[in-house]
Design a protein around this ligand. Structure first.
Ligand code: PM9
Length: 467
């Protein structure tokens, strides 16, 4: 049978106008922003692919539900609705709401990590690792080697390498490992999934040594889609069933609801252990707000409860990942080096191969993101050495294998035409990569430097030479 086309499972009810700018205006804007796309004003951006975090278009059902916000300080109705949704789709017993993902990471790190502990994880994530370090822990990368290789075509690059995990247990002892942090659809690896077989095996290994497994469930729904389409035995299961099974192998999760769950703000920590949940409930009032809102308004919790339900719809997730593939396939066809297989939430350009004339200490990914903005007004994000920051012990720059620019696709926001314009701009730069100048950092904040660092072009002129 001929394969039929798919289209977005929604239609557009309201539009938000975008401003078109000239290359000269963009050259000035990126200079004013210190060549950091995080420091641009969004009004100067045409197609905003900075992040898929909080940038979702909510549905009419979610907007209508905002009117049902119960803004009571304590015991809001919307909290109980959210608790029900988390219980139904993620399966965990206790819910501690937070304002976003890093709020949950802060709570988990504080209740579980002691000075001198080691926290294994399948590749670092910026905020996750920082919270672990601030609590005296040392992050240990136990992801499979393929994840660090931009040319590997392995389907489950998010997988934990069980030998690396076993080696850590043998080296430091299980009592120095408070938990394993398991990320689904690993962000820094290019949105790469874990297989269910691997999640199950990791869980068995950790539990054998009484090490809990906490899921970073931020993009677990997207991971569920890859399991359904790639892994034997899952084709006939629903996304909701797969998500529930992933969570069943773990002891709780941190969640940035601003991604999978289709809301603009929100997050949570979910736990099965009553004692740990009590500790977290105790701490949430210090950092986030009362344990029945944790930094969210009642209306936010209502929209989130509905968003969780919408996120597991097959048509939704197929179109969401289909749009990412649509962009990626255009770039592959043009020979642009991107992380493959195409992942879940964005296309990750391999800036080291795209700009071979730039050494790592001139931050090729940062430069490429700035140049792309000047070329077309498309805003992307650096995911390389700037994001990796410095080693807290030696103070040296960390240079991860992957030096990437992420074109992150917000959910339900842009059309395929926006993807075409984006692809055209990337391909245009790829035709003359030598136009892009390297950068040197002239301001470096202490924490999460990629958000606020500032740069100058090393050529003393502009990051993108005129044609
Ligand atoms: N991720 C992203 O753009 C937003 C901040 S970093 C630029 O990818 C994972 C896997 C994330 C994540 C945020 C967080 C933190 C935790 N885990 O941003 O605090 O991708 O809600 O979540 C971002 P919050």
């Amino acid at each position: 049978m001929r394969i039929r086309s798919w289209a977005e499972p929604y239609k557009i009810k309201m539009v938000e106008h975008l401003k078109m700018t000239t290359p000269e205006e963009r050259a000035t804007a990126i200079q004013d922003a210190g060549h950091n796309t995080f420091l641009l004003r969004s009004r100067d951006v045409y197609i905003d692919l900075l992040t898929d975090s909080g940038t979702t278009a909510m549905s009419d059902r979610q907007w209508a539900a905002m009117m049902l916000g119960d803004e009571a300080y304590a015991g809001s109705e919307n909290y109980y609705k959210l608790e029900e949704a988390v219980h139904k789709y993620y399966g965990y017993k206790h819910l501690i709401p937070t304002h976003q993902g890093r709020g949950a990471e802060n709570l988990l790190s504080q209740i579980a990590i002691k000075q001198g502990d080691f926290v294994p994880g399948n590749m670092y994530f910026t905020t996750t690792r920082l919270h672990q370090e601030l609590c005296g822990g040392t992050f240990v990368d136990v992801i499979c080697d393929e994840a660090h290789d931009p040319t590997s075509l392995f389907e489950f690059k998010g997988n934990v390498d069980l030998n690396k995990m076993q080696a850590l247990i043998d080296k430091v002892g299980a009592d120095k490992i408070p938990y394993l942090s398991l990320e689904t659809n690993v962000n820094m690896a290019g949105g790469q999934p874990c297989s269910m077989a691997n999640i199950k095996a990791v869980s068995e290994l950790c539990h054998k040594h009484k090490i809990p497994v906490f899921l970073d469930a931020t993009r677990a729904v997207e991971n569920s889609y890859f399991i359904k389409t790639l892994e034997d035995g899952y084709a006939d299961k629903t996304i909701a069933e797969i998500l529930f099974e992933i969570c069943s192998y773990t002891d709780g999760c941190t969640m940035s609801a601003k991604k999978d769950s289709l809301v603009n703000i929100g997050g949570f920590l979910a736990l099965n252990d009553e004692k740990l949940a009590e500790k977290a409930r105790n701490l949430v009032v210090v950092y986030e707000g009362l344990h029945t809102y944790g930094g969210m308004a009642g209306r936010d919790m209502e929209a989130l409860a509905i968003g969780i339900g919408e996120s597991v719809g097959y048509d939704h997730i197929r179109a969401r990942i289909g749009q990412v593939e649509y962009l990626g396939e255009q770039l592959i066809e043009a020979g642009v080096p991107i992380i493959r297989p195409i992942g879940g939430h964005g296309i990750f350009i391999d800036a080291a191969r795209f700009l071979p004339h730039l050494p790592r200490d001139q931050f090729p990914a940062q430069a490429l993101a700035a140049a792309l903005y000047v070329d077309s007004g498309v805003r992307a994000m650096e995911r390389g050495a700037v994001s990796a920051g410095r080693d807290p012990e030696t103070g040296e720059n960390r240079y991860p294998n992957l030096e990437l620019v992420r074109l992150t696709i917000p959910r339900r926001v842009y059309t395929q035409a926006h993807m075409d314009v984006t692809a055209e701009s990337v391909v245009h730069l790829f035709e003359h990569p030598e136009r892009v100048s390297g950068l040197k950092m002239n301001y470096e904040p202490e924490y999460l430097r990629f958000f606020q660092a500032r740069f100058d072009p090393v050529n003393g002129k502009s990051v993108l030479a005129p044609e």
